[in-house]
Design a protein around this ligand. Structure first.
Ligand SMILES: C[S@@+](CC[C@H](N)C(=O)[O-])C[C@H]1O[C@@H](n2cnc3c(N)ncnc32)[C@H](O)[C@@H]1O
Length: 219
């Protein structure tokens, strides 16, 4: 799928709350970041190399964790209120990187032009995860890697039932976030092999606590 062929609408900006969510995002995340996510970001993103693209970069929580010796860092974020905060954080960091107004389902980059794609807490929110993963596969070089941290459907049937029950209110609260997606299965279905660990995100509601953290390569 070429990026020109994929032009799905953006889920964000439809509701006033989405703008408030962007403004509050760093504050809402603070507890979960301090209790475990910050360390996990730093361990994951340290593995980025070469030409690196981050999809759904949000307010730029990963910026400070990237290695200094990347050949290029591109931070894509389709929602303008998030991207504004991303650009501010990038400027404050003093790093050289460029931002892109692009959704993961339509990445405006050449095929096989990227060594690393980073996705943290994004595949829960994109409207079309299959399209997004097809785009990630398209832009990655054959030996490229997808580094990911995603919250996913629980393996506990009891928690998964709550994720299903609360999917709609959580999606409204979380500006499009789906708490019950089996994202690991989607990554594999998109033609990747994964090495990942299942972990628990401390400091957040149980329906978004099950995490997968890892690396995927095209097979
Ligand atoms: C939960 S936030 C995660 C932000 C950031 N990656 C982080 O780790 O803090 C989800 C992000 O995905 C973005 N997003 C929503 N729909 C998207 C899409 N179709 N393609 C790419 N990003 C999208 C949102 O604007 C938001 O910035």
């Amino acid at each position: 799928m070429s990026y020109a062929a994929a032009t799905p609408g953006k889920v964000h900006g439809e509701h006033r709350w989405d703008f408030v969510f962007a403004a509050l995002y760093d504050r809402l995340m603070r507890r979960g970041e301090e209790r475990s996510m910050g360390r996990r970001r730093s361990e994951l993103v340290a593995n980025a190399k070469g030409h690196t693209l981050e999809i759904g970069a949000g307010t730029g929580a990963n910026i400070r964790h990237y290695p200094d010796d990347l050949e290029e860092l591109i931070l894509a974020e389709p929602f303008e209120p998030m991207r504004r905060r991303l650009e501010r954080k990038l400027e404050e960091s003093g790093r050289s990187a460029r931002t892109l107004d692009a959704s993961a389902e339509a990445i405006p980059l050449e095929g096989e032009s990227v060594d690393t794609v980073v996705s943290t807490l994004v595949l829960c929110t994109v409207d079309f995860p299959e399209l997004a993963l097809a785009e990630v596969a398209r832009v990655l070089r054959p030996d490229g890697q997808l580094l990911f941290i995603e919250h996913v459907r629980s393996r506990s049937p009891r928690v998964a039932r709550w994720q299903d029950r609360l999917e709609t209110p959580w999606r409204r609260f979380g500006a499009g976030c789906r708490c019950n997606r089996d994202t690991t299965a989607s990554i594999v279905a998109a033609g990747f092999a994964t090495e990942h660990a299942a972990e628990h995100w401390k400091g957040v509601p149980p329906i978004v606590a099950p995490l997968v953290i890892g690396r995927a390569v095209k097979v």
